[in-house]
Design a protein around this ligand. Structure first.
Ligand SMILES: [Zn+2]
Length: 217
């Protein structure tokens, strides 16, 4: 399998970037946050039950739980799949296990994409962010509005605000990001495995930069 890892504060545009990347290169976006929300909605899910107390408090799930989730998600993919990870790894211990596993299994890790955006810009963007309640396609009321107001272009579903985009949770997610994910970005960068991109740039340009840097086809 081939992997790349997307890191950036909430609101930086990882969802939009990964959808564009999928169209151009076939890298399948996997948002572990989306998977966790889905599992939590399923009352029979053991994982959902274990993750809920952390998600409710707005903190990351423990490394062990994140790793369990990651390896269970992987079972759905073929051995030749190309995957863009959003939300995993989130901490250095998770990244160490991930990279050891990649090496052991002979997979390819292209590197980490750090999509950066200032806190003020991230907060502003999230206020205008919407997501399809059915297929989860992301929209932005100014930068990427749907053709018909409040309706998804892809599937006709109703648009809504993402569950964790309310101002209180946004503040807590930004804080979490700065405390816990910044060290991980530095860790990847120290190994020369990180590309820094400005989340304020045109996503098509960012995708072109990635494709050229890592020879993604
Ligand atoms: Zn939709």
């Amino acid at each position: 399998m081939e992997f790349l890892v997307l890191l950036g504060p909430p609101g930086a545009g990882k969802g939009t970037l990964s959808r564009l990347l999928e169209r151009r290169t076939g890298f399948l976006p996997v948002s572990t946050g989306e998977v966790i929300r889905h599992e939590m909605a399923d009352e029979t899910s053991d994982f959902g039950r274990r993750a809920k107390p952390y998600m409710d408090r707005g903190v990351y799930v423990p490394d062990e739980l994140a790793l369990t989730l990651f390896f269970s998600i992987l079972k759905k993919f073929s051995s030749g799949a190309k995957v863009a990870l959003d939300g995993f790894p989130r901490t250095i211990p998770q990244a160490e296990v991930f990279l050891d596993w990649v090496k052991q299994e002979g997979h390819v890790f292209h590197g980490c994409v750090h999509l950066d955006l200032s806190v003020a810009q991230a907060v502003e963007r999230m206020k205008l962010r919407r997501i399809c309640s059915v297929c989860r396609t992301p929209y932005h009321l100014v930068n990427r509005p749907p053709s018909v107001p409040e309706i998804c272009d892809e599937c006709g579903g109703a648009l809504m605000m993402r569950e964790d985009d309310d101002p209180e949770r946004v503040a807590s997610r930004l804080e979490r990001f700065h405390e816990q994910t910044r060290p991980l970005i530095k860790w990847f960068a120290d190994q020369q495995r990180c590309i820094h991109l400005d989340g304020g740039n045109d996503p098509a340009e960012s995708v072109a930069t990635l494709m050229a840097s890592w020879a993604l086809i």
